[in-house]
Design a protein around this ligand. Sequence first.
Ligand SMILES: *Cc1c(COP(=O)(O)O)cnc(C)c1O
Length: 340
Amino acid sequence: MSVTSVANPAGLPTYDDVVAAHERIRPVAHRTPVLTSGTANEATGASLFFKAENFQRAGTFKFRGAYNAVAALSPTERRRGVVSFSSGNHAQALALACRLAETRVTVVMPQDAPESKVAATAGYGADVVFYDRYSEDREAIAAKLQAEQGLTLIPPFDHWQVIAGQGTAAKELFEDVGPLDVLIVCLGGGGLLAGSALSAHALTPRCEVIGVEPATANDGQLSLQRGEVVHIEPPRSIADGAITTHLGSLNFPVIQRLVRAIVTVSDHQLVAAMRFFVQRMKVVVEPTGCLGAAAAFSGAWDVRGRRVGVILSGGNIDLPVLAGYLNQPESPRSGQKVVP
Ligand SMILES: *Cc1c(COP(=O)(O)O)cnc(C)c1O
């Protein structure tokens, strides 16, 4: 652990870390736009502000945390290189971050990871090491590379500087639209939610921060209920960025302290939201990125009469898969109270 990469090793990440992260990433990250829709506002009775991280570099908010973590490395750590494991968006974001910082990176990816994600990761210049997700342990492989080659591990969510970097999206949202009554954020391991909660708490202390998970992957909700990190079996959902089995050890205490509730939505509700974004707002949002909006549209959290921030976390989806969702017949039984 380097002195430069940890501001307050005894405690947890704070809003000061988010502010420092914003200074580091500002020269390279996009300040993504905030989108609004009269149709969505009418249908929900709320004022919704969508923070469009699907327009972030490498297609998701993950670039913020990845670049912040790489930029905070000491010169020695940077010279030796970085290692991580990810089947998806963290791999691409970290590969791009390391290319910009001129740092070598090795990413451990499952043999059956989507071709497009492997191609994007390798295309940004990362070394990709494959593993068999049914018989091998990716964390053990990464730990071996770390030990043998002196690499620094930058995991997808359970990391101080990753959490701080992810908090910069919500910071920009509050700066751009002013105080909010509710902030709705999706979660997998809880990097985006923990970082967002730090920003919300600092910038609008009365704002309710709400997490959203797929109904089949509600380990975060169970963890809040039980007061400890709950591990679940590998879940199934079309929200592939949110099918983690447990929250991070740094993420959970921040979420426990600052998040009001975690709610869930169904895959049907995600598809309805995805179709809405393409058809009405002309934007592509991947299924995981639709979790927050689906919670507002379905009434999973009551937003009527309130100013509500929603983070659209990413837009990476293979075109044939997107086309498949768009071609599904409208489902009147999606359980939505409101389908904008
Ligand atoms: C990784 C990811 C998430 C979940 O982020 P965590 O920090 O793991 O909670 C949500 N949406 C998208 C698009 C992602 O790539």
